[in-house]
Design a protein around this ligand. Structure first.
Ligand code: TMP
Length: 245
């Protein structure tokens, strides 16, 4: 179970409530607490629901993967696990770009290209989306990033490289645990002069298929009303958290 770490940390006022998480200030400037909820939304919050136990799975899966990535040289905002649903993080100024890496055709890539779901994407591709709820997170390219000053060219180069590095760490890690990492979304942010991986890495933000059967074990079960949503999250937890150590 999650250990209590950083005992001198005190949680303070709520800074922000998102669709799946609440962010709290702490007594230490530069550090925040992410609280993971069971609330689920899809299609820019048009569809809403609850996935019982999701917050616990997402918090602990994110902690395990951030720890792994940190060891492999990818800086992340993760500092410590405070409880089943709470993670102490470095406070970031989030870059308003959602970076998506794809190894297999699914979701919006399938719609955009007409390629069959399950077609391998070799080598993997990186896509950029403008993180804006009112606009519905539209896809953008490097020139839009420059035009809107969302990131400097050096930051953009760094974050695309970091996204592919994350992919090269996670693909074999998941494969060993019987999961195919189809695609995933990352968010990065600034703290001081450095860049860090932020947000979460969970079945909300990744597509994960059983490697043998291609059964979907992620939020697509909720998005597409496939049933067995809680069971899928628990299965991912068993493979990536319980057996991870
Ligand atoms: P997409 O195929 O719908 O563009 O999704 C690509 C990946 O990004 C998939 O793993 C799910 C994740 N994702 C999010 O984390 N948040 C979102 O709002 C959306 C639409 C997708």
């Amino acid at each position: 179970m999650a250990k209590k770490a950083a005992p001198d940390i005190e949680q303070r006022e709520k800074l922000y409530e998102g669709k799946a998480k609440i962010v709290f200030a702490t007594n230490r400037p530069g550090y925040i607490v992410q609280y993971f909820k069971d609330d689920a939304t899809a299609f820019n919050a048009l569809k809403r629901g609850t996935i019982v136990g999701k917050g616990v799975v997402n918090n602990q899966m994110s902690a395990a993967l951030f720890t792994l990535l940190g060891k492999k040289g990818v800086p992340t905002h993760y500092v410590a696990t405070l409880s089943e649903r709470e993670m102490l993080c470095r406070r970031l100024d989030i870059i308003k770009i959602e970076t998506i890496v794809r190894n297999v055709v699914a979701g919006s890539l399938q719609k955009r290209t007409g390629l069959a779901e399950g077609t391998p994407v070799t080598p993997p591709i990186v896509e950029l989306y403008y993180k804006s709820d009112p606009l519905g997170d539209p896809m953008i390219n490097d020139e839009h990033v420059r035009m809107m000053k969302l990131a400097t060219p050096a930051e953009l180069t760094w974050l695309k490289r970091a996204a592919l590095k994350v992919n090269s760490v996670l693909v074999p890690y998941m494969k060993k645990r019987g999961l195919l990492l189809v695609d995933f979304k990352l968010e990065f942010g600034r703290a001081g002069r450095a860049l860090y991986l932020g947000d979460e890495i969970s079945p909300d933000t990744c597509r994960l298929w059983d490697a043998a059967t291609a059964t979907k074990l992620d939020k697509d079960r909720f998005r597409q009303d496939l049933g067995g949503v809680e069971e899928a999250y628990q299965e991912v937890y068993r493979r990536l958290v319980d057996r991870a150590q």
